[in-house]
Design a protein around this ligand. Structure first.
Ligand code: ATP
Length: 323
């Protein structure tokens, strides 16, 4: 795998994919009865993830659909997003296996990620990532994200909770499903409040923050460059072990980000080049943010200090650094 495109000359857009009717994707339908569900792995804003079995171990994300009054609109959106999802094949992206498409049973079946999320490593276990290890992780994220963007897919919810680390290999989950999942759940906003889940805000680019309205998160102007902004926040978490604007109330974060105020890097122990990446990703103007191929080459050019000498970071992590 991984070299399927080599040697072929193809345009870098969707034209290479034969157009198919995204609303009849029988081969990706999984009858709900064929799924075995075991314990709940976790509950997110939009659905509950189960460890399950379908020809082997899988993760099943059952979407919350109870809040739904009219099934038809979200079902189309769901199918559309599933159609997007199934086009993805990359080392650093979770494997999409299929979906249950019969309301009220809407579920997405993917391979089961082993290991822990970057969120768990960074914020719960307080694992320290050396600069070298952070670079290796960031390179893999850039590779997966670069692939998604080349396929015309915007992640919309890139965050450390959606990035697994399996034996040093990055696996990105939850891409492109933001609108459907948000639709199904409705919104946790009450009245005029915004209903902002904790830890979400610091991934939102200024143009998204400025567009926040009660009940309007579906229409946020997500783009490739808002994904790059979110990547910047992941990069910051890797390096600093905490979220930007740590401890500040949402109102303060919204005001600052909306005005172009960034988290200060004054106390950050990192080289100029590392901080430059952060500042570029967090550029106020979306057109000044780099794209993932550019980020990847910048990351590859970073000088590596004391390469993989720490006994707490064994050699398997340095493998991809050497390639
Ligand atoms: P949000 O809904 O706000 O994005 P979240 O990312 O925690 O929050 P989910 O994406 O629904 O919520 O995931 C719920 C839990 O299931 C998380 O703990 C996540 O790590 C886990 N999970 C999701 N996908 C997989 C997978 N393919 N393999 C293993 N665990 C998974």
């Amino acid at each position: 795998s991984g070299s399927t495109d080599s040697g072929r000359h193809e345009p870098a857009h969707d034209a290479r994919w034969p157009r198919q009717n995204s609303l009849t994707m029988k081969e990706w339908d999984i009858p709900y009865d064929e799924l075995k569900l075991f314990e709940v792995i976790g509950t997110g804003r939009f659905g509950t993830v189960y460890r399950g079995s379908w020809h082997g171990a899988v993760a099943v994300k059952l979407l919350h659909v109870n809040a739904l009054s009219d099934h038809s609109v979200p079902l189309d959106t769901f199918k559309h997003e599933v159609a997007t999802f199934r086009k993805t094949r990359h080392e650093n992206l979770v494997l999409f296996m299929g979906a249950c498409m019969k309301p009220p049973r809407l579920a997405i079946v993917t391979s089961l990620c082993k290991g822990m999320t970057l969120y768990t490593h960074i914020h719960l276990r307080k694992d320290k990532f050396t600069a070298n290890k952070s670079v290796i992780v960031a390179q893999q994220i850039s590779q997966g994200m670069g692939y998604l963007h080349a396929r015309g897919i915007i992640h919309k919810d890139l965050k450390t909770k959606n990035i697994f680390l399996e034996n040093g290999k990055v696996v990105i989950t939850d891409f492109g499903l933001f609108s459907v999942t948000k639709l199904c759940f409705g919104n946790n906003a009450r009245g005029d409040s915004l209903g902002i889940p904790p830890g979400w805000l610091c991934y939102l680019a200024p143009e998204l923050v400025r567009a926040l309205r009660p009940h309007a998160s579906l229409h946020l102007p997500f783009s490739k460059s808002t994904d790059v902004y979110a990547f910047g926040t992941v990069w910051y978490e890797l390096l600093c072990g905490e979220y930007p604007f740590k401890g500040q109330p949402p109102e303060a974060i919204i005001w600052q980000v909306g005005k172009g105020v960034k988290q200060s890097l004054a106390n950050m122990q990192a080289s100029r080049d590392i901080k430059d990446i952060l500042m570029l990703c967090w550029s106020y103007r979306s057109n000044e943010r780099p794209d993932f191929p550019h980020l990847l080459s910048t990351l590859e050019k970073l000088p590596r200090k004391r390469l993989a000498r720490s006994p707490s970071h064994p050699v398997h992590l340095s493998r991809s650094a050497d390639s």
